[in-house]
Design a protein around this ligand. Structure first.
Ligand code: DAH
Length: 339
């Protein structure tokens, strides 16, 4: 039995030393020290020994057990350290590797143009207003002198939500909201999205943006309108820009006009940009119709005003020399990266 014990001891020590991982080591431990392990089995057979031999042998078994346990513990510590080392090596971060480049966004040309227009008018003492995109017929049409059967309602191919509620077709609706607040004098611009049931092409889209302008004060004349819009055109497109006003018709202004500016590309000689005419149509404007003022409880004996409306996309296309409006909506990185 002594020999068997010695054999178990040697065999166990060898296997422990050869263990190449914690799992293997545990296997050895169970095989030798476990409930059904070799050492346990040999302990059980001690009952066959004489009373004299039993304690001695017991002591030997205990020593063996202790020696094996000690070696297992030592080996376990070593293996754990090695495993940790390996894990750390695997997880090492190379701080000298080049980082992944973060893509920086760009300001959309529409926003660029809007900001420029806003800055110009803020510089002249205007405030920036907002109005709802979903609008009552009253604000989008009726209060602006466009009654139910007015042909302008057809021209503006409206998206209806209910017979009385529309997606606004023009930012002119904000004029009414501003005047209804009852604070005069009024100097405001209102940039915003408008909607018309147009097919998409190089110059049309069912949703685009306008910037509305409105001034109401005592003694406002057409000369104020001309002077203001001339300053705007020069600041936006260069000091050499000339403007001219053509008579036009809008239901909510009287008189009404369209403003053209000399082509910033050819200086008025005629080119591809201005289709050879030397002039570019830029905005609609006029003196606020007295009926519109009266509807907003403004005393027309004392007050008068002018208004204008300009297409934001039109400004952006001209300013940044983009020849297809669809580019402004597709948000292709390769296009936007240029701004
Ligand atoms: N609302 C007009 C449109 O959508 C543009 C416009 C013209 C606005 C003349 C005005 C104005 O304020 O006075 O075509």
């Amino acid at each position: 039995m002594k020999e068997r014990l010695q054999q178990i001891r040697e065999e166990a020590m060898k296997q422990i030393q050869e263990s190449d991982g914690l799992n293997k080591l545990n296997e050895v431990r169970v095989n030798v020290l476990g409930k059904k392990g070799e050492l346990t089995t040999i302990m059980k057979s001690m009952k066959d020994l004489s009373a004299e031999e039993r304690p001695k042998f017991g002591q030997m078994v205990n020593e063996t057990r202790q020696a094996i346990e000690t070696l297992i513990e030592e080996t376990k510590t070593k293996l754990e350290a090695a495993e940790l080392e390996l894990a750390l090596e695997k997880e090492v971060i190379d701080v000298t590797l080049p980082s992944k480049k973060q893509k920086v966004g760009h300001v959309h040309p529409n926003q660029l143009a809007q900001k420029e227009v806003e800055d110009i008018f803020i510089g002249m003492g205007y405030e920036v207003e907002e109005g709802p995109e979903i609008e009552y017929d009253y604000y989008n049409f009726e209060a602006l002198n466009i009654p139910p059967n007015h042909p302008a309602k057809d021209e503006q191919d409206t998206f209806y939500i209910t017979p009385d509620i529309v997606l606004r077709t023009q930012t002119s609706s904000v004029q009414i909201h501003a005047m209804e607040k009852g604070k005069l004098p009024l100097r405001m611009i209102a940039p915003g999205r408008v909607f018309r049931s147009d097919e998409v092409d190089a110059t049309h889209s069912p949703s685009f943006h306008q910037i509305e302008g409105l001034v109401v004060d005592k003694g406002i004349t057409f000369a104020d309108l001309k002077g203001t819009l001339e300053v705007f055109a020069k600041k936006m497109f260069g000091e050499d820009t000339k403007v001219k006003f053509r008579p036009h018709h809008f239901p909510f202004t009287e008189p009404s006009a369209e403003m053209d500016m000399s082509c910033f590309k050819c200086g008025g000689k005629g080119c591809r940009f201005c289709k050879g005419s030397g002039w570019i149509e830029i905005l609609g404007c006029g003196m606020v119709h007295p009926d519109v003022l009266k509807r907003c409880n403004i005393d027309t004996n004392e007050y008068s005003g002018f208004a204008f409306g300009v297409g934001l996309e039109r400004i952006a296309l001209l300013k940044y020399e983009i020849d297809d409006m669809r580019l402004l909506y597709e948000n292709d990185d390769r296009f936007l990266d240029q701004f």
